[in-house]
Design a protein around this ligand. Structure first.
Ligand code: PRP
Ligand code: URA
Length: 208
């Protein structure tokens, strides 16, 4: 089991508003950011800290600090961009790489149209972000592409996952831990997650 599902009343509450057809673009974006912060909090639970000595107004102490520079966030365009603000609120110095993929509407296969990663990507821990894990094709293609570039530490953060998408990642990439806010029932005939929240890209950008 490579997935960690956030099971928390705050998440259920925020998702209820996010999913609602009557929720407008502004509130949708704000909620994606808020849930992304909570997802990132969970995904950073095993982060390694560097030992540092600091001085409080009262005395010196040994404590730990994160080397944020070791992290890269990779949104899958377009919808993944909606989660960037939330992640960099928590890890403000993380570098950001971009991969552009869209699902061919007939084959449902991901088609890559953009790829630009920060320098030294192979040495960074990468957090892939995308609100929707449906068939898992887009996330799996992203992981393949990053592995081609030598990346070895990858986590996948999504808001809504379908069971089949989780299975795809677990089969193709058993080394990748998935963090999702919720796992929904199934995919419909057009590979949309049910009940889901609709087309995440269109809702983030107000394009439909
Ligand atoms: C959506 C979503 C994922 C993908 C998930 O993007 O943001 O990237 O579909 O589906 P999959 O798991 O079956 O691959 P879409 O291709 O609609 O592009 P967009 O973000 O530009 O709207
Ligand atoms: N992409 C979306 O935006 N929504 C879905 O339900 C599935 C894929």
């Amino acid at each position: 089991m490579n997935e960690i599902v956030l099971n928390h009343p705050l998440i259920t509450h925020k998702l209820a508003i996010l999913r609602d057809i009557n929720t407008g673009t502004k509130e949708f974006r704000e909620l994606v950011t808020e849930i992304s912060i909570l997802l990132c909090y969970e995904a950073m639970k095993d982060a390694k800290l560097e030992e540092v000595t600091i001085e409080t107004p009262l005395e010196k102490m040994e404590t730990g600090k994160l080397n944020e520079d070791k992290y890269a966030v990779v949104p899958i365009l377009r919808a993944g961009m909606g989660m960037v603000e939330g992640i960099i609120t928590v890890v403000p110095n993380a570098k950001v790489g971009h991969i552009g993929l869209y699902r061919d509407e007939e084959t449902l296969e991901p088609v890559e149209y953009y790829y630009k990663m920060p320098d030294g990507i192979a040495d960074r821990e990468v957090l892939i972000i995308d609100p929707m894990l449906a068939t898992g094709g887009s996330a799996s293609a992203t992981i393949n592409r990053l592995k081609q570039d030598g990346v070895t530490k990858i986590k996948l953060l999504c808001l809504v996952a379908a069971p089949v998408g989780i299975k795809t990642i677990e089969e193709n990439h058993p080394d990748v831990q998935i963090y999702c806010a919720v796992v929904d029932r199934e995919l419909n005939d057009h590979a949309y997650i049910m009940p889901g929240l609709g087309d995440a890209g269109d809702r983030v950008y107000g394009t439909k």
